[in-house]
Design a protein around this ligand. Structure first.
Ligand code: FAD
Length: 334
């Protein structure tokens, strides 16, 4: 927009809105929609114009029917084929590109999740487009806001690519309302591309606790917990007393106290719960990058100068091995 368009080529805002057409790429597993991926629909709605959704997998139909009810969605493009069930980018990317070209979309949006981070760069490369990753706000159809340097600076970037490929930070866009819509469902194109990659197996961590990425309360433990045994003994009852998800610092994960999937931070998950409690975590910038947007941050640390206290709303200086069991008992009896 540095140069104004000539009078004959100027579009009124309403015409421009009609020219924008977005495709939100939604995640599913075994025929169930990942509700968190509806954040991509919210981001698409912020662009204005029409909003379509895309789902693919072995049992895509029930997911498409669920998505059709999401408010503001005009059309759901669905491809039923077991080859796309696991979202392997080697075959999912050609599938998505074919449907993007068929639909003539101007914007394609997925979550900045393992699925989106795996898939979208390949889609962008196939379309010769420069992906804009991990956006936290939409300024207009060309301009997006994204954190850089582990969240220490915020960049506002403008894309001139005809097809914008975007991944969005889920915590910055609430999931679109799952009700209120009646979108049409259309069978998408299936190129049935040959893939040299085959899905062999997966090992999933099972937990009855809330999902870390979407929980309203998170309690995270750090190196201060000293061992896996102590991490489990101290952190799990605290989490259960609060109905919270469990997170961990990278030092705790690297030391084997907690599973890799629980890591919060620059190279882990980004969370923004109502309550984030950091226990025995110093507050390195790479950890803060994953939790500093939490509504209330509470910290327990024996070092009064620990940097975590600079971002904490509530701080308790003390030995976690005394303070946390005491707190857990108080929460349980309250
Ligand atoms: P420490 O920094 O060792 O802190 C332990 C804290 O526990 C201290 O403050 C200490 O006072 C306190 N403590 C000890 N004993 C007790 C006690 N008995 N009672 C109370 N308090 C106690 N880190 C992440 O967390 N997530 C990331 O995603 C991440 N990504 C990274 C990416 C890169 C490229 C790099 C270079 C680093 C990354 N890190 C990440 C690592 C980060 O720099 C820190 O090393 C890490 O966060 C430290 O973890 P910690 O706070 O648990 O450990």
């Amino acid at each position: 927009f540095a140069q104004p368009l000539s009078a004959s080529r100027q579009f009124s805002p309403s015409v421009l809105q009609r020219l924008i057409s977005s495709l939100a790429v939604l995640e599913q597993r075994e025929g169930k929609l990942n509700a968190g991926s509806l954040s991509a629909v919210t981001a698409a709605q912020k662009l204005g114009g029409s909003v379509h959704c895309f789902v693919a997998g072995a049992n895509a139909k029930p997911v498409a029917e669920e998505v059709a009810k999401v408010g503001g969605v005009e059309k759901v493009v669905s491809v039923e084929n077991a080859a796309y069930e696991k979202g392997l980018p080697e075959n999912y990317a050609p599938l998505l590109v074919e449907n993007i070209q068929k639909g003539g979309y101007t914007h394609v949006i997925a979550g900045h999740t393992a699925f989106g981070k795996n898939l979208m760069p390949r889609v962008a490369a196939l379309l010769d487009s420069q992906q804009v990753s991990d956006i936290t706000a939409v300024e207009n159809e060309n301009t997006f806001v994204r954190p850089i340097y582990a969240g220490n600076a915020i960049a506002t970037v403008e894309s001139s690519d005809p097809i914008k490929i975007l991944t969005i930070r889920g915590t910055a866009f609430p999931a679109a309302a799952a009700e209120g819509g009646s979108a049409a469902i259309e069978e998408g194109a299936d190129p049935k591309a040959e893939s040299s990659v085959e899905w062999v197996s997966e090992e999933l961590t099972k937990s009855d606790r809330p999902d870390l990425a979407s929980a309203s309360k998170v309690v995270s433990g750090g190196r201060g917990l000293k061992s896996k045994k102590e991490f489990d003994r101290i952190m799990l009852p605290l989490a259960d007393s609060l109905g919270a998800a469990v997170g961990a610092s990278r030092a705790a994960v690297d030391s084997g106290y907690a599973d890799n999937s629980l890591q919060v931070g620059q190279t882990g998950k980004v969370v923004a719960p109502q309550l984030y409690m950091a226990v025995g975590i110093s507050g390195a910038i790479q950890h803060l990058a994953g939790m500093k947007d939490s509504k209330v941050i509470a910290a327990i640390n024996k070092d009064p100068d620990a940097p975590i206290f600079q971002v904490a709303d509530v701080g308790l200086v003390g030995d976690l091995f005394d303070k946390v069991p005491e707190l857990t008992e108080k929460v349980k009896s309250s």
